[in-house]
Design a protein around this ligand. Structure first.
Ligand SMILES: Cc1cc2nc3c(=O)[nH]c(=O)nc-3n(C[C@H](O)[C@H](O)[C@H](O)COP(=O)(O)OP(=O)(O)OC[C@H]3O[C@@H](n4cnc5c(N)ncnc54)[C@H](O)[C@@H]3O)c2cc1C
Length: 418
């Protein structure tokens, strides 16, 4: 029987109690994913007291449902970023992301349960045209001193029947982590200054006459001077201008290749992550033992249905079948594997794949960091950290520069339903 639900979240966890009294605070954070918890952690490290409200449990949103890859650069899309913001700015974003991954490595030291490890990334092209783009990407990364290697005919390495026309291996600064345990550990380390309430959905946000915000759960209220929104974009209370975002549906799963030969062949590349650059993205990576994780992008519409129907045992197996065959199109070696766990979630991305981080143009005491695409674990951590610097007015020169690129502006901002 196929198991349902994120691999990372499947362990005993005792949530903190919900909000049980009215509170006044300087800063309130809504959302206990990587972004909100990073903001809380970095505020706590500066001794700032604040309150974090999470509607379910810490890490149970996109963060705990992700695949756990720490990616410092848009895979195969560095060139687009350079075209958009210029080489120097693109490199600044890359370097900031690399520093974040180092910080996450340091925070995970001595904690094997957080499963931090550096890895390589392998991007595959399924058409000659894509291979040409990857080659250009390779030249650019090389010119920027980003360690990478271009492989003209990777299908021999993969041993797949599908033809791949080229591959780019990013050789350093990519990593993997157990995202749920990491974010929960970070929350625990923040608690000296941060009051965390789980199972506390914020239902209504009201702007008071004096400019403060009042956040109401079904029973109690928090009044704050500054509000930090870290809810991904799928909060009905903090509306987003939908046209700025596309939501992407992704299914992650754990597969056990049945055939040892297949496993051996996949293991040739298993230290590298493999991503297809075609429309339907798919990726594989190691988990533990002979288990590998696989992700497959599906249409958001289908995803919502998927999340509901997956509760029924028969349909659950059909869903596993659909995912497996989708994957097998990209990785034919997985045709004979067994999907043993499956889960799905949505995440949001701005259209230009650039997150939005900073102060709202209309409400200077409303801060947010949102819309990361599939780089949310790194950008979320970075976003939370940058928001803490914005709040404490301690931005480094580099942060100021990054914020000038990523800050909310009209057309790239959230709408508060107050
Ligand atoms: C299947 C999948 C695979 C992915 N793989 C990767 C990957 O390998 N690498 C990577 O970098 N990114 C990946 N991503 C994207 C990444 O997971 C997200 O971008 C990132 O986790 C977003 O973090 P967040 O803290 O902003 O949001 P979330 O983790 O979603 O946190 C938001 C929190 O806000 C809470 N919330 C919402 N509304 C309210 C409310 N009204 N009141 C109180 N709380 C509220 C939610 O319950 C949630 O816990 C993946 C995403 C998916 C779905």
């Amino acid at each position: 029987m196929v198991k349902i639900g994120s691999y990372w979240l499947d362990y005993a966890y005792s949530p903190r109690s919900p909000l049980k009294k009215n509170i006044k605070t300087d800063v309130a954070i809504i959302g206990g994913g990587i972004t909100g918890v990073s903001a809380a952690f970095h505020l706590a490290s500066r001794g700032i007291e604040c309150v974090l409200l999470e509607k379910s449990t810490i890490g149970s949103g996109s963060t705990g449902n992700s695949e756990g890859n720490l990616v410092p650069l848009p895979l195969g899309r560095f060139r687009e970023l350079v075209e958009k913001v210029g080489r120097k700015n693109a490199l600044d974003i890359y370097n900031a992301s690399v520093s974040v991954i180092r910080e996450m490595a340091n925070l995970s030291k001595g904690r094997p349960d957080l499963s931090f490890h550096y890895t390589k990334k392998f991007v595959l092209a399924t058409t000659r045209a894509q291979a040409g783009l990857l080659k250009k990407e390779f030249k650019l990364t090389k010119a920027c001193n980003i360690k990478s290697r271009f492989i003209p005919v990777p299908h021999k390495v993969i041993g797949a029947s599908k033809t791949f026309y080229g591959g780019l291996i990013y050789e350093s600064n990519f990593a993997r982590i157990n995202p749920a345990r990491f974010v929960r550990e970070l929350a625990t380390r923040s608690e000296k200054s941060v009051k965390i309430f789980e199972n506390t959905p914020v239902k209504v946000i009201r702007r008071l006459k004096d400019g403060r915000f009042e956040l109401s759960s079904s029973t109690h209220r928090v009044v704050c001077n500054t509000l930090i929104a870290a809810t991904e974009t799928f909060s009905s209370e903090i509306a987003l201008k939908d046209k700025n975002f596309k939501s992407i549906g992704v299914v992650a799963a754990i597969a056990e290749p049945l055939d040892k030969n297949v496993l051996r062949k996949l293991k040739i590349d298993i230290n590298t992550r493999v991503i297809d650059t075609s429309e339907n993205y798919a990726a594989i990576g190691p988990i533990s033992g002979n288990k590998i994780s696989v992700t497959y992008e599906i249409r958001p519409k289908f995803l919502s249905a998927f999340r509901h129907i997956v509760e029924f045992p028969i349909i659950r197996n059909i869903a596993a079948y659909v995912v497996k065959h989708g994957l097998a199109k990209v990785f034919p070696l997985l045709e004979k594997s067994r999907i043993d766990r499956i889960w799905g979630c949505k995440y949001a991305s701005t259209k230009d794949m650039m997150p939005i981080i900073g102060r709202d143009p209309k409400n200077s005491n409303f801060l947010y960091s949102i819309g990361y695409g599939d780089h949310g674990l790194v950008f979320g951590f970075l976003g939370g950290k940058m928001l803490s610097e914005v709040y404490t007015k301690t931005q480094s020169r580099r942060t100021k520069k990054l914020l000038s690129l990523l800050k909310p502006k009209n057309g790239r901002n959230l709408t508060l339903k107050t």
